[in-house]
Structures are given as structure tokens and as C-alpha cells.
Write a protein that binds this ligand. Sequence first.
Ligand SMILES: [Zn+2]
Length: 92
Amino acid sequence: MGKPGDPRNQRKYKALRAAFLALNPSCALKLAGCTGRADTVEHTVPVAARPDLAFEVGLWLPACLHCNASKGATYGNRRRRKRSVRPRRLIL
Ligand SMILES: [Zn+2]
């Protein structure tokens, strides 16, 4: 968050998010270590990829900070892992 022009910086987004979390107070991701209390919105379509869909509440999931952060980390790790996968040389 914090890029100029990020739709999440708009007052409209903040109001919408507050209303969404008031209606959906429990985390939907429930990963290991989940706090259960949704205080962030997980965008199933990343805002970075589709800023035009940032306000599509149908694409939102309520998430606790822990799950939202873990999910991001998981994606990062998966990407890193994929890059480092190389066929092993067979030594006989
Ligand atoms: Zn959670």
C-alpha cells in the first residue's frame, strides 16, 4: 500500500472496507496461527494486477493480519522455490 494513485488510499475504499469488516468479522483464511479476527481485506484478485477491481467487494475475503501476511509470504516463497528448481546432475 502507499503508491500514489492506489485505490486503497481513497476515503471511499476505507469506508467500504470498514463496512465489509463489520459485516464479516471473522478471518476466512484460517491458516496456522490465525487470530480469527478479520482486520484486513484479502483481495483474491491482487489490486496491483487489477486496480480497477479494487472496489469489487465480491472478490474480497475478510482476513486477519496474520493470515494475510502469511499468504503473501507463501506466494513469495513459492516463487523463489520455483526459480531455484533445477534438474540435478546425476553423479555416478
Ligand atoms: Zn486468519
